[in-house]
Design a protein around this ligand. Structure first.
Ligand code: MN
Length: 264
């Protein structure tokens, strides 16, 4: 279950959890799907910015990398690449991966509980159609993950079995608001990537940045600059984001969203 996770990482050089197999086994035994299982979304600025959706299942976190992040609009289907299972203790990880696989900054963007909408999760996964309900701070209501298996939106003729789509079902939690723009910050620290980096070592990538070119590279360059200023005790000018001052007020992004009044 965690073999791939462990193979990809060198735990002497990454702060990520190494994956405790006993913890996974215990968790698998004690978890009660009917009462809600753990879920989280980690915003991950690596070679590209993406959002990792993780759902607890049998003691580990099933994981999908969603390049554009979740959309609350049922009409907007988001590509979700099925990636290796992660350890349950990864679900609270937030920090800087200085080098190697996934090098970059990980922010805990949302967390809460999920409930499968069908009894047999293993069967739903095998079928490639997993319906579920989320109860997080930012994401709520009914969703589905559908495997496209290359029949849809894949570059190669054979298709990539890892390709799924993440789609919001129509319910009172659906809407046109762009949740990644509306609530961009950490659900725990309330900070942005620059705050996470400033708390670590802003100069960590002096020689070898995880992203140099493109959008992710430009974003990372700005974040490194802002983190250095934060570390030096200076307030970075608000550029694209909010000034640090605004962060002292309760951040709307970390409060559970209010249920929409059903007016129609
Ligand atoms: Mn990732």
């Amino acid at each position: 279950m965690l073999e791939k996770y462990k193979q990809k990482r060198n735990f002497t050089s990454t702060p990520e959890p190494s994956g405790d197999l006993k913890l996974a086994a215990d968790r698998a035994k004690t978890a009660k799907p009917g009462q809600g299982l753990f879920f989280c979304v980690q915003k991950h600025l690596a070679s590209h910015l993406h959002y990792d959706l993780r759902l607890e299942h049998e003691g580990v976190l099933l994981s999908w990398a969603v390049p554009k992040g979740p959309s609350l609009d049922p009409k907007t289907k988001r590509l979700a690449m099925h990636v290796e299972d992660h350890p349950i203790e990864y679900g609270t990880f937030e920090g800087v991966i200085p080098s190697g696989y996934g090098a970059g900054i990980v922010m805990l963007w949302d967390r809460g509980t999920w409930r499968p909408e069908s009894e047999d999760v293993a069967a739903a996964l095998k079928k490639g159609d997993l319906k579920f309900t989320l109860d997080g701070f930012k994401l709520k209501g009914s969703w589905v993950l559908v495997r496209t298996g290359g029949r849809w939106g894949s570059k190669s003729a054979a298709g990539d079995a890892r390709s799924w789509l993440l789609i919001k079902h129509k319910d009172e939690w659906a809407g046109e608001i762009d949740i990644t723009e509306f609530a961009p910050k950490s659900v725990t620290s309330e900070g942005g990537f620059e705050d996470i980096l400033a708390a670590d070592k802003p100069d960590v990538w002096e020689s070898n940045r995880p992203a140099k070119g493109g959008e992710a590279g430009a974003m990372l360059a700005t974040i490194i600059e802002r983190a250095a200023l934060l570390k030096a005790g200076k307030k970075p000018a608000a550029s694209g984001g909010r000034a640090p001052r605004a962060r002292k007020k309760a951040d709307k992004s970390t409060k559970p969203l209010k249920r929409k009044r059903s007016s129609s």
